[in-house]
Design a binder for this molecule. Structure first.
Ligand SMILES: [Ca+2]
Length: 306
């Protein structure tokens, strides 16, 4: 990336974030989705609090996030839409399964057997900076970064690869039960999806499951949670086979539903598969959104739906 390209992107992001802050602070009465949960964040959604007895995750304050309106406690899920600031190239050979910024660098996990890899990509050009293939027997999935290590799930093998981030050499592996879909790290714990409505919080050094939450939208369990992005104590998940991205509290409540449909309108997206891939850039305060075999990534902030 170059400063000349980043400057306008970040300036626009700052303006957009200011506009959103004004909206979020000014009202928060734009919820249009009927809620069946009565705005009660407690209840059946938090389950199996085994090795997190203090419930410390829920004790953390909600972090204000540039590019994402601050949730309003107890309100119905809000409808948001992406405001596209910039359209950036993306490698159409990438079956995107994980997308994650770290230290200004952008990392992508690619799936499909025989095509799976961990890559670093240039966020401005989409070009592969470096890549390490995954053995052809494995179908790679979500990706999270913890310190100087990257953790990559596999779909059905019950195996996670732990990489030295600097070299992409595998330095460890973790075993887990069930399928692996999405993964992110909230600074304290890993959060993992498995295609169901369950998110599993895990120890970042041992991968031991600590607690699970059932994600509900207006009181109804929401399945097919796929690629994840931890932002503060919130988790963004795109919902498989849809253009919806949901914002989830650490107790499993969907606070926002982002309608990301239509992003590819007007773009030659021959061969593109479903939306999958959300990465938050804490430097710009914006989000990158892409999909499997998509030709582009969208640099966006989220705003209330008009
Ligand atoms: Ca992500």
């Amino acid at each position: 990336m170059t400063p000349t390209r980043l400057a306008p992107r970040r300036f626009m992001a700052a303006l957009a974030a200011l506009a959103i802050a004004a909206i979020a602070n000014g009202c928060g009465t734009h919820a249009t989705v009927p809620s069946a949960d009565g705005g009660t964040p407690a209840g059946p959604t938090a389950t199996a609090g085994s090795t997190d007895p203090a419930g410390t995750a829920t004790a953390l304050p909600t972090t204000p996030v540039p590019g994402l309106p601050t949730p309003v406690a107890g309100s119905a899920p809000r409808r948001l839409v992406p405001n596209v600031l910039e359209v950036l190239p993306h490698d159409t050979t990438a079956f995107t399964q994980g997308l994650q910024f770290d230290g200004g660098r952008l990392y992508e996990s690619r799936g499909m057997r025989g095509e799976s890899a961990i890559t670093e990509i240039d966020p401005e050009t989409g070009a592969v900076v470096r890549s390490a293939p995954v053995a052809a027997t494995y179908f790679a999935e979500g990706l999270a970064i913890v310190g100087d290590r990257a953790i990559q799930l596999t779909w059905q093998a019950g195996l996670a690869f732990v990489y030295d981030l600097a070299t992409f050499e595998i330095v460890d592996t973790f075993r887990y039960e069930g399928e692996g879909w999405g993964l992110c790290f909230d600074g304290r714990q890993l959060v993992m999806s498995d295609g169901s409505s369950t998110l599993t919080y895990r120890d970042p050094t041992t991968f031991t499951p600590l607690r699970t939450v059932t994600v509900t939208n207006a009181g109804v369990p929401l399945t097919s949670l796929n690629e994840l992005e931890c932002v503060g104590t919130q988790v963004l998940a795109n919902v498989w086979k849809t253009d919806a991205i949901v914002v989830i509290s650490d107790t499993g409540i969907v606070t926002d539903v982002i309608d990301a449909s239509g992003l590819l309108d007007g773009i030659d997206a021959t061969g593109a598969d479903v939306l999958n891939g959300v990465a938050y850039d804490p430097v710009s305060g914006t989000f990158l959104i892409t999909g499997k075999y998509w030709p582009v990534m969208f640099d966006v902030v989220f705003e209330p739906s008009p």
